[in-house]
Design a protein around this ligand. Structure first.
Ligand SMILES: [Zn+2]
Ligand SMILES: [Zn+2]
Length: 242
């Protein structure tokens, strides 16, 4: 047994790790955050989907195809993908991470995002990952940017640099919660500004955020980057509203 394993077993004996969702004690020496029963309740988004916004079609045998919403409203990003559905224990974990500063929940979400098999996505095509920025006022309130934590885990896993200097939030916006699609688009319009256009021009970027709801925030970030000269922008989130 290597020393690190020994230390981990000692620590597990004194401070047993518990399942994030049901608080049962987890088996020692394993890196999981959820027990097997709770893990089974997570919906991984690996079925047929819309190749642009990533909405899944669980009961469709038609394979990947453009959804009605993407046909009507084109996006500024090439595609958006998410690892898991925003529901149940995942919704709870995201709330605990963002609003309760629960770093264990953050580590669990970062792991789900980084370890997910995004079939057909070539990470080497991106020059940098860009976390969706928070306004300085929100950052002071929350003390961390949840998207940066997720981007760092995803970037480390796939060998892509994270650059949080390229995009900033220039306007404080009220929460998007409770707004419909057109209200969200209006609320977020003009909220971001591009920095270092010399680094953006001609580049390919992957935006990273915690949740894809209507795509309004990611779309506005992508628009800002494309207007600053980015060649290609895509987006990835830990979870997605279905
Ligand atoms: Zn559990
Ligand atoms: Zn779509």
């Amino acid at each position: 047994m290597i020393f690190r394993e020994f230390l981990s077993q000692i620590s597990d004996a004194f401070f047993p790790r518990i399942c994030l969702a049901c608080s049962c004690v987890l088996p020692t020496g394993r890196p999981e955050f959820f027990c097997a029963d709770c893990f089974c309740r997570i919906t991984f988004l690996d079925g047929s989907l819309c190749p642009v916004c990533g909405v899944t079609f669980p009961d469709s045998s038609a394979g990947n195809h453009l959804c009605g919403s993407c046909m009507e409203h084109p996006h500024w990003f090439d595609f958006a993908r998410a690892a898991v559905a925003y529901e149940g224990i995942i919704l709870d974990a995201i709330h605990r991470f963002k609003y309760g500063r629960d770093l264990t929940a953050g580590a669990a979400l970062a792991g789900l995002l980084a370890d997910f098999d995004f079939a057909g996505i070539d990470f080497s095509a991106f020059d940098a990952m860009i976390p969706v920025p928070l306004h300085i006022r929100r950052l002071r309130e929350r003390r961390f940017n949840q998207s940066l934590v997720l981007a760092r885990a995803l970037g480390k896993k796939h060998g892509v640099a994270v650059d949080f200097s390229l995009l900033k939030r220039r306007r404080f916006t009220l929460t998007q919660t409770g707004l419909n699609k057109s209200q969200r688009d209006k609320n977020i319009s003009g909220a971001f500004a591009a920095n270092h256009p010399d680094k953006i021009r001609g580049g390919s970027f992957l935006l990273v955020d915690d949740v894809y709801t209507t795509g309004a925030t990611l779309n506005e970030c992508a628009k800002t980057l494309v207007e600053a000269g980015a060649k290609r922008v895509a987006a990835m989130t830990a979870a997605r509203v279905l």
